[in-house]
Design a protein around this ligand. Structure first.
Ligand SMILES: [Zn+2]
Length: 267
């Protein structure tokens, strides 16, 4: 991945996706928005206590940078589950999706920017450049336990006939294992889900574990049939990189949200 600039927006882009040229995509940083501390400055999360006027302004900055209208930037109310919103119609009314409780969006519609807001959780983007299908997924530890990344791949395969070998995945800046200690109930939830918890978590003493959330999602994508070389994982930890990213844990809940976004280009 690499940091790029488009319009005012500084973002981390997947080089793997960019090489295929069918989408605009990436993971925003906190720079060049209009929100004030502690939401400074490109806070894209409507669920925060930031002024909605500022958040709308920031969402416009993002959409416009990529030639989209803010009305076609689609986000949902994220609830740490694994339900997905399917957008397969042109020109739907997007505004009501804001209240829909989902943790991922899958679309075959060009010109619609789909986004997932995060501040520690893993933002996962999927792209099938052959069938031209895109997805944005929200994978915190709960979503990872319930298999949201796998569910995203299955939706592309079952609904749009994607072949897993064609699908590319990008896991954006996430809280790293350097800064993400979890306790026994989290470990138990992963083990009960059938995932190999010990392969992506290290003991930290006192019944705690250091969890590699991005690594857990990478493993899940491989189990869903995605080739390892088709998965790009950001090495940036959002908690360590205070200048670039919001982190809910680091900032004790008073912080903004960055966004993983993807938009299929019009042919
Ligand atoms: Zn860190």
């Amino acid at each position: 991945m690499e940091i790029r600039k488009c319009g005012r927006v500084h973002y981390v882009a997947s080089k793997l996706f960019a090489a295929r040229g069918v989408s605009e995509q990436g993971f925003t940083t906190r720079h060049e928005g209009v929100s004030r501390p502690p939401y400074n400055s490109l806070n894209l999360g409507l669920s925060t206590l930031d002024s909605s006027h500022n958040v709308e302004g920031n969402r416009s900055i993002l959409a416009r940078a990529f030639g989209a209208r803010v009305e076609t930037l689609v986000t949902v109310t994220q609830v740490h589950g694994n339900d997905l919103l399917l957008l397969d119609q042109p020109n739907p009314d997007f505004s009501h999706f804001l209240k829909l409780e989902c943790d991922g969006i899958v679309t075959n519609q060009p010109g619609i920017m789909v986004g997932i807001c995060v501040a520690d959780c893993a933002p996962v983007l999927l792209l099938d450049p052959v069938r031209r299908i895109a997805a944005a997924l929200h994978a915190g530890w709960k979503g990872t336990v319930t298999g949201i990344a796998q569910k995203g791949v299955e939706a592309m395969v079952n609904l749009f006939d994607s072949r897993p070998r064609d699908i590319l995945a990008a896991i954006g800046p996430t809280i790293g294992s350097c800064c993400y200690e979890v306790d026994e109930p989290v470990a138990d939830a992963f083990r009960r889900s059938g995932q190999d918890f010990e392969s992506f978590a290290e003991p930290a003493g006192n019944g705690k574990w250091r969890l590699d959330l991005a690594g857990a999602n990478r493993q899940q994508l491989i189990r869903a049939g995605i080739a390892g070389e088709n998965i790009e994982v950001s090495t940036l930890c959002v908690s360590c990189e205070k200048d670039l990213f919001f982190s809910y844990r680091r900032d004790k809940g008073e912080t903004g949200r960055q966004m993983g976004f993807i938009m299929l280009n019009r042919q």
